[in-house]
Design a protein around this ligand. Sequence first.
Ligand code: ATP
Length: 379
Amino acid sequence: MAHVSIESLEKKYSPKAPAAVESLDLEIQEGEFLTLLGPSGCGKTTTLRCVAGLERPTGGQVSIGGKVVDAPAERIHVSPDKRDIGMVFQSYALWPHMSVASNVAYPLRMRKISVDERARRVREVLEMVGLEEYASRMATDLSGGQQQRVALARALVATPQLLLFDEPLSNLDARLRQDMRSELREMHKRVGTTSIYVTHDQEEAVSLSTRIVLLNKGAIEQVGSPREIYWHPVSHFVADFVGYDNFVSATVVSTDQYGVKVLLDGTDVRLACPPRNDVHEGQQVDIAVRSSSVILGPPACEKPNRFQGVITDVMYLGDDFIYELQLGPHKVKVSIRTAEVANIWPVGAPRVGDSISGAIAPDSLACLPVLNSKVPALA
Ligand code: ATP
């Protein structure tokens, strides 16, 4: 297990191109499972490849286990094979002409481990990923999920101090992705190796990680636990990326250590939001809320942060109903589990045109400063 330190990392692919990664500082503790999350092109893979030694940074410093492995200013670059890392790629990257066992044994052969010891460790790690019966099969004669398990076994076999994953589940179908996610969680609990994982899938990041780093245009937008990122996004960008689907413009009315109170623009709806020390009275903000966090109907009447809206559309999506409400100039989407509808309205659900009560728990609201005040009022 290793501590990884990334200081002022910069990577420019060409002198004229904008930096793919810029001024990136990150400390990854021993045993952490840290995920680099963000949209395509935000610099996740570049950062991971710099840690792996597959890309050479143009500035800053990378250390693994206390040893500097990259520092361009001092002309230090340690090659990937000398970094004691295991990597799992999206494309599996298995040797097609080798058996499963030979693929997994490869890193041990490179380290000149004895034949007996190799056989023992390959058996052990294949058992760990549930492929002990496939040892003599050709690697390419396996399903995608099994090939990815072989790639995982190969990354684990030499007990590296650091594991790096580059979108390892992207080529698998949805069901298999879920299974492999659980297996990766189990594997990390068991071996505890420091891991850095790249994905653009927020659900994958939230379910696997001890900490998430959200990247935007090569820089860190937010670092936090999955819960912090999911429930306390610091910016419109993060909220949008992690699935907030309502953004309503508002003005800050007051702020103290207990929370921020806002008035939704064009309405008399006042909402209490969690505390935030970087907003001030009179400031323009966006209030973000997930459609699944809004309560409708009689259950809303006892709750704080109540409002009244008019139903403008109802959509049935199988597991959920989506109610679209008009709230002054704003449209707000609310999703209600289909199974809950009959509990909420035992004598018949409301229809388009009906006025309806709603409420939003203060903790499920995110009050987001508007950086340039031209941000549109509605999602
Ligand atoms: P994705 O999820 O699509 O893989 P990413 O977040 O991993 O995206 P990177 O692959 O790190 O992003 O790319 C960051 C930026 O660097 C992008 O603008 C990309 O076009 C650029 N880039 C990446 N690799 C190269 C390369 N080999 N040469 C030139 N530019 C590159």
